[in-house]
Design a protein around this ligand. Structure first.
Ligand code: UD1
Length: 418
């Protein structure tokens, strides 16, 4: 079993280019199924979720490989219309293959996706969107869909990121015009729109609550560079807030980070930014302050994925902060682990009260989910002594070598076999 040894107490300093966004590349990889020629994806992070998506593409008959940060997918040989239970369970985003599979094959058979560590993650909105496009959906020991998308009006009761993406991916491969109302507005949806349009699709409105897709435009091959990962950037900024120091992150759009940056600014950090970089500075001698309630919300609100890392930073502060998680039911699994490091945090349902303590201390802790793992690393760089962090299978889904990132900024982090 691999673990991370993280020795805290040193300020972080330096510059780093942030990896490509996991939440952007996963729907883009699913979209490759719709192309008729090879697609090259640049700035693709090296993550186990990407490996899982490439395995699904291969099982469907595509040729797909990754060399460094470049992925090439040749969908010419795609022929399958079923995804195995094992592959569906390998990650939550396996469900994003449903829309493109239907659009390409007119038929799709799969099981419910994995990745339930944040509480129940239904897919009713995904299936409702497909039904609104004329697809017949049967749930019977799995999900069985057939029909070709022929346009329609999709109205989402919640702005689900995945359901918006699945609806877009199905609609571009079909005919007719599809409108998606109450669409999620996350930047990764705009990146998906840009990718699809680069390949020849006609999609507009991403970033607003109404996305319109004009079907009937075949997707050609092409090449596309994935946007920078705003959640990895948020985690690193939280790490600098926890440890003190001065770091500049490039390759990430500052405006995508503004709710997180605003909280860290309130906590006493100094922030500078331009369009594609952000710099954060915190004097290690001056403790962080507690901030006004942090309430997670769909974009452009405070991202649920940044809740745990920012909480970890504020666990070592001189004040109290209340967190309200409004997106997922079970997103405080990092809290007991932070408490093992000396944090004083109590939770009740979707609310967590952080009573800041002057300093956390190292401990043996285990990540229970991806961003919770990022949070424990944030706590560890700010803590006194050494933390041994396990549960790396969660962390490696979304952080490309977290130990490298922390070391590149002068932190002491090392992966060891145990
Ligand atoms: C995506 C992100 C994830 C992030 C989340 C919220 C990817 C690969 N993952 O996940 O990192 O935490 O957005 O920003 O992009 N819901 C339903 N029915 C559905 C679908 C969703 O009730 O059919 C609910 C969910 O249970 C949750 C809320 O809607 O409470 C938001 O989920 P959603 O936006 O769909 O998240 P994901 O796309 O799974």
């Amino acid at each position: 079993m691999s673990v991370l040894y993280i020795r805290g107490g040193n300020p972080l300093e330096g510059e780093l280019t942030v990896q490509g966004a996991k939440n952007s590349v996963l729907p883009i990889l699913a979209a490759c199924l719709l192309a008729d020629r090879p697609v090259t994806i640049l700035n693709c992070p090296q993550l186990t979720d990407v490996t899982a998506a490439l395995a699904i593409l291969r099982s469907l008959g595509c040729t797909a490989w990754q060399e460094g940060h470049t992925v090439t997918v040749d969908p010419a040989g795609a022929s399958g219309c079923a995804i195995s239970e094992e592959q569906m369970r390998s990650m939550r985003s396996s469900i994003l293959f449903l829309g493109p599979l239907l659009a390409r094959m007119g038929e799709a058979h799969l099981t419910y996706p994995g990745g339930c560590e944040l509480g129940p993650r239904p897919i009713d909105l995904h299936l409702g969107a497909l039904r609104a496009m004329g697809i017949s959906v049967r749930e019977d020991y799995g999900i069985h869909c057939c029909g070709r998308p022929s346009g329609g009006e999709v109205v989402l009761s919640l702005p689900s990121v995945g359901a918006t993406e699945n609806a877009m991916l199905c609609a571009v491969g079909g005919t007719g015009v599809t409108t998606i109302q109450n669409a999620a507005r996350e930047p990764e949806i705009s990146d998906l729109q840009q990718f699809l349009n680069t390949l020849g699709a006609h999609v507009c409105g991403a970033g607003s609550s109404t996305v319109t897709v004009e079907g009937g435009h075949p997707l050609r091959g092409g090449s596309f560079a994935v946007m920078g990962d705003r959640i990895v950037a948020a985690t690193l900024l939280a790490a600098v807030a926890a440890a003190g120091g001065s770091v500049r992150l490039s390759g990430v759009a500052w405006r995508h980070l503004s709710p997180v940056v605003s909280v860290l600014h309130q906590a006493g950090c100094r922030v500078r930014s331009a369009e594609d970089w952000v710099a954060l500075q915190r004097d290690p001698q001056i403790p962080l302050k507690g901030v006004a309630t942090v309430r997670t919300a769909p974009y452009p609100g405070f991202p649920t994925d940044a809740q745990a890392p920012v909480m970890a930073a504020l666990a070592g502060s001189c004040g109290c902060t209340l967190f309200v998680e409004t997106i997922f039911d079970s997103r405080y699994r990092h809290v007991p682990e932070l408490c093992r490091m000396g944090a004083d945090i109590t939770t009740e349902g979707r609310v967590a009260l952080v009573r800041g303590v002057p300093r956390l201390h190292g401990a043996g802790v285990e990540a229970a989910d991806l961003r919770g793992g990022g949070a424990l690393a944030v706590a560890a760089v700010g803590a006194e002594g050494t933390t041994v962090l396990s549960g790396l299978q969660h962390i490696d889904r979304g952080y490309e070598s977290l130990e490298y990132m922390l070391s590149a900024l002068g932190g002491q982090a090392e992966r060891r076999e145990r």
